[in-house]
Design a protein around this ligand. Structure first.
Ligand code: NDP
Length: 453
């Protein structure tokens, strides 16, 4: 496995994958750790999780720099990511006991019936590089505090982040086998997932990766949670605050170099405010500083890998060939590193790459629509269903429009964002299951019925 700094194209370090014996050792440790870890009280696990939050904050600079070096995230955004990981630990350290408390049910006379929540065992997490810490903590905090143990197969381009997270759980007092990293390539995931000691799997990543993992899990009847891609619509209606909508839109598309499943990708704008929106939106994205991600003033760093940046550019050129017009950006920057500028496309034909596919980079497709009904139709004209943002001065109208959009989360007058307190996940090709909040912690527990007569 190679760590390549996408800001320079230089290889920082190479890692050997774990061999069969090392994987076996970790699986066996996961199984034996689970046998004792499941008996810890939730309160004990909450205390350890609070310790993880403290360590994350103490080590913020170290971990932020690690992410920036491995995948090119601007340093200020990397620091914010570490803080968010500490927040999700704080959240479950405070609320896990309540989320997992027994549920009492109406019972036949002479009996009492309740549901208790027991952990399942080792959970395999296959995670992506775009938020190398956050995606992992989003699963690890709830699943570990519920008494499961974690096995992380992280993306191949962020091995040092994967190892750092193993350290932080151990250093905070979790047993050695509670959270372990497997340095393996994706073609070895099947073997691990098929192992009877692994009880469930969660994956965040592309559709093909999700299908492969769900297929194997299905053969073995193991539960999965899948958080896949998105092509989120950002609907601006004629009664919206256009200034606010356009300013937020620029960030909604370009945070993390545009490499986010919940980034706004298709901007559906009412004719009456289209010109005003475009003027402000283009001015905002052109004001972003694109450059060295270690520099605090940088808004948009390099794309995480050269091949991914080339893929984004192919989507842009394919769309231009099909008839789209570039208002800004549209060409890789002429410098070392995988730099792609914020790009805005209009006159986007239906079915061209930026219209039909997920674009995992700083490229906005803008559509002009003449009424609310067409806006809803365009918003739903995608195979994905992760999030949606709707802008209007009329909140009732916003909710009405939101109710007709096929997505796992809808935000009115706000960009789509994840929050430990709020359920997160998609429908359609964006996957299934929910992460975060009470819904997330209950995905991988045995909701066991206890009937007392
Ligand atoms: P992948 O989906 O290929 O990678 C995500 C994770 O899945 C990595 O750990 C990867 O391992 C693993 N993986 C890949 N294929 C398989 C498989 N067949 N079986 C088991 N595990 C697998 O994403 P890429 O990095 O290749 O990015 C490609 C596209 O995916 C992006 O352009 C974007 O559209 C989408 N994506 C979506 C994300 C999201 O947040 N929803 C995050 C990342 C990507 P390895 O790195 O070793 O291949």
């Amino acid at each position: 496995m190679e760590r390549i700094n996408p800001a320079t194209g230089e290889t920082i370090e190479t890692y050997d994958e774990h061999d069969e014996g090392q994987v076996e050792e970790r699986l066996s440790r996961a199984e034996s750790t689970f046998e004792t870890f499941r008996d810890w009280s939730v309160a004990e696990r909450e205390t350890k999780l609070a310790g993880v939050a403290t360590l994350l904050r103490e080590r913020m600079t170290e971990y932020a720099e690690l992410m920036t070096r491995e995948m090119g995230k601007p340093i200020a955004q990397a620091e914010a990511e570490v803080e968010k990981c500490a927040w999700v630990c704080d959240h479950y350290a405070e609320h896990a006991g309540r989320y997992l408390q027994d549920e009492q049910h109406p019972s036949p006379p002479g009996s009492t019936v309740k549901t208790v929540h027991e952990p399942l065992g080792p959970v395999l997490a296959i995670m992506p590089w775009n938020f190398p810490f956050w995606q992992v903590f989003r699963f690890a905090a709830p699943y570990l505090v519920a008494g499961n143990v974690g096995l992380l197969k992280h993306a191949s381009n962020v091995p040092e982040c994967a190892l750092a997270m193993e350290d932080v759980f151990r250093d905070a007092g979790f047993p050695d086998g509670a959270f372990q990293t497997l340095l393996i390539s994706s073609d070895r995931v099947d073997a691990v997932l098929s192992d009877p000691r692994v009880k469930a799997a969660t994956l965040t990543g592309s559709g093909p990766a999700g299908r492969a993992v769900a297929g194997t899990a299905g053969e073995h009847l193991k539960k999965t949670v899948l958080e896949l891609g998105g092509s989120d619509p950002y609907v601006v209606l004629e009664d919206a605050d256009v200034e606010a909508a356009a300013t937020t839109a620029a960030w909604a598309r370009n945070l993390n170099g545009g490499q986010s499943c919940i980034a706004a990708k298709r901007f559906v704008v009412h004719d009456a405010v289209y010109e005003a929106f475009i003027d402000r939106f283009v001015a905002e994205v052109e004001s972003f500083t694109v450059g060295d991600p270690m520099d605090r003033d940088t808004d948009v760093g390099p794309q995480a890998r050269q091949d991914l940046m080339e893929g984004v550019h192919e989507q842009v050129t394919g769309s231009i060939d099909a008839g789209a017009t570039v208002l800004t950006g549209g060409e890789p920057l002429d410098r070392d590193g995988a730099y792609y500028p914020p790009t805005v496309l209009v006159d986007v034909p239906q079915g061209c790459p930026v219209d039909a596919e997920e674009v995992f980079g700083p490229v906005a497709a803008v559509y002009r629509v003449h009424d609310e009904e067409t806006a809803i139709e365009k918003a739903n004209d995608t195979e994905f269903g992760l999030g949606a943002s709707i802008w209007t001065d009329d909140l009732e109208r916003g909710e009405r429009v939101a109710s007709r959009i096929d997505a796992g989360c809808t935000y009115i007058n706000e960009l789509v964002k994840s929050d430990p307190r709020v359920p997160f996940g998609g429908v359609k090709e964006s996957g299934y299951g929910r992460e975060l909040s009470e819904a997330g912690i209950k995905e991988f527990v045995n909701r066991k019925t206890v009937w007392r007569q």
